[in-house]
Design a protein around this ligand. Structure first.
Ligand code: ZN
Ligand code: ZN
Length: 553
């Protein structure tokens, strides 16, 4: 009896589920049909950043519809960096069916032999098909169907051979997304009978800058692009490895003694190529370990703040680069390059200063909505130059300048950067007292989450373009209580340089109690145990400090 009931119930359930299941299957089929344009979207954005592609007025690239013949031609002319020229030249357009906006492009296309009409009087305003766009691009690369390089009805074989027909291009139903794929591939395609690529010709024409070619041959990860930054634990030094879509960039290499650490890491990770190697400035604690990295991996591009320097570490860096046939590039402020889906902009140095630290290369890496500022050992003077430059400094993460020295991370600079997170690379118990109490206090004041290699070992930060996730070698419960133990400035009173503010609380590092600044007990704390705390009561409680029973903070 009981059993029957169960069976009947099961049957009822099954019947109830059947139509639902049918609906779910139908939905699945529909979403499988719906194409995923994320890769083309990423490429369209990159082309647009380079000024070689333009979306709709609302900033949407509208990749899911077919391009008209006129649109395809406009996209090609833009890709060739000739839009301004086309509009200025205003060659006559003999076709009656071409709208006014498209006439200069069609006129230019005719003049350059990139396109023809469908008849003497009609250009043909219908949709462009794949063969047509490939024909446009092949002609732009210097091939001629008139001279028999290919037949315009069948440009596919030559297109494949030239690398402008990437896998996944829909040759049957050609969409704007496919225009993007073909256009992007065309940048790396060689011109007919030349060693140069289309992108290199664009550099020659001043449309693109040489540095912008770094990271151009790029395939976005179809499962979603991520930017990963590893801050090595190199003691009192700096080294960070950035990875995005399989491309890599090393910013500084630590001390010469860290060479083997970098060598081993790159070997173990199978990284045989560093698309970009950066030496922020020639000091040993930044340039020293680059030799190890260059022993493990071939550099694509090498950036430094100057071509020459006397420091041994830098000469070594040059020596290993020389062996790889790479010379140093000194970028200018405003220059940019790419690392997978991330963009790297050079912000400084803005002028030559006497002190090496203040000639540090400053790089801002942006990825989706997140950004990362690397300032080398830049001090107040260079920070001021950056503030004066008008560059956007705001960044999600600040790699704190000069190992947390009080000479850097000035209030004004920190206010402009407004980082959510900060990383300090410093050696435990280093003789310089880095990071300084004052900088720690300024960072805390700014509400920044702090990570420190001296306390936590290596630090890995991963961005999905929206938010950051951190992982560290060691958990550091002492992250904040470590303040004062580490710094030569232990016990020094922290006076914000702008003098605006008294500390929120005073902590006795010896007893673990915290007080209101007005509490009589606070005044009697011995200097070496005293910490002026800028922050909230909750933060102190989270750090296991105990409120004073007298002033009840
Ligand atoms: Zn330095
Ligand atoms: Zn340094």
């Amino acid at each position: 009896m009981k059993r029957q009931k169960v069976t009947a119930l099961c049957l009822a359930l099954l019947l109830a589920l059947l139509p639902l299941r049918g609906t779910a299957l139908a939905l699945e089929a529909a979403s499988a049909k719906e194409k995923d344009f994320s890769v083309q979207q990423a490429k369209a954005e990159r082309l647009s950043q380079l000024g070689l592609f333009l979306g709709e007025e609302n900033g949407d690239f509208d990749l899911s519809r077919a391009p008209t013949r006129a649109e395809a031609l406009v996209m090609l002319i833009r890709l060739l960096g000739c839009e301004k020229q086309a509009l200025e030249a205003a060659y006559p357009c003999p076709f009656a069916d071409v709208p006014v906006w498209a006439a200069p492009y069609v006129g230019f296309g005719l003049e350059r032999g990139l396109t023809r009409g469908v008849s003497e009087t009609r250009f043909g305003m219908g949709e462009a098909d794949c063969a047509m766009y490939l024909t446009f691009v092949l002609r732009a690369l210097g091939y001629s169907d008139a001279e028999g390089d290919f037949v315009w009805t069948d440009p596919f074989a030559l297109a494949r051979q030239s690398g402008i027909l990437p896998q996944g291009t829909d040759t049957a139903r050609f969409l704007r997304a496919d225009v993007v794929s073909v256009s992007y591939a065309a940048l790396s395609a060689r011109l007919k009978g030349e060693d140069r690529t289309l992108a290199q010709r664009l550099v020659g024409q001043g449309v693109l800058k040489e540095l912008e070619l770094t990271g151009l041959s790029w395939e976005p990860d179809p499962n979603g692009t991520r930017l990963e930054i590893l801050f090595f634990d190199v003691g009192q030094a700096d080294a960070a490895l950035l990875r995005c879509d399989g491309q890599t960039m090393l910013i500084d290499g630590g001390n010469a003694a860290d060479s083997s650490l970098l060598y081993t890491y790159l070997k173990e990770e199978g990284i045989g190529r560093l698309d970009c190697v950066v030496c922020t400035h020639p000091h040993e604690d930044h340039a020293g370990g680059l030799a190890g990295a260059l022993n493990a991996a071939q550099a694509g591009l090498a950036l430094a703040s100057a071509e020459h320097a006397e420091e041994r570490a830098f000469l070594n860096f040059l020596k290993y680069l020389g062996q790889q046939g790479v010379s140093v590039t000194v970028p200018a402020p405003g220059d940019r390059l790419f690392l997978g889906g991330a963009q790297v902009q050079v912000l400084g140095p803005l002028r030559e200063q006497n002190e090496s630290n203040n000639n540090s290369l400053v790089l801002r890496v942006s990825f989706g909505e997140t950004s990362f500022l690397f300032t080398g050992d830049a001090e107040r003077e260079e920070e001021q130059d950056l503030l004066d430059s008008g560059f956007a400094l705001e960044s999600t993460l600040l790699k704190v300048g000069h190992h947390g020295s009080d000479t850097s991370t000035s209030y004004a600079f920190l206010r402009a950067v407004a980082p959510q997170a900060a990383v300090i690379s410093a050696g435990a118990g280093n003789p310089y007292g880095h990071p300084s109490q004052a900088v720690l206090s300024r960072l805390r004041d700014a509400g920044t989450s702090l990570y420190r290699t001296d306390l936590q070992g290596w630090i890995r930060c991963v961005s999905d373009g929206k938010s950051l996730v951190f992982e560290t070698e060691r958990e550091a419960k002492e992250l904040f209580s470590g303040i004062g133990q580490n710094s030569a400035g232990a016990g020094e009173a922290i006076n914000p340089s702008n003098g605006q503010k008294e500390a929120d609380y005073v902590v006795n590092l010896n007893t673990g109690k915290f007080h209101l600044p007005s509490c009589p007990s606070a005044r009697s704390i011995r200097q070496e145990n005293r910490l002026e705390f800028f922050g909230t009561r909750e933060e102190l409680l989270a750090l296991r400090f105990v409120p004073c029973g007298t002033c009840k903070p």
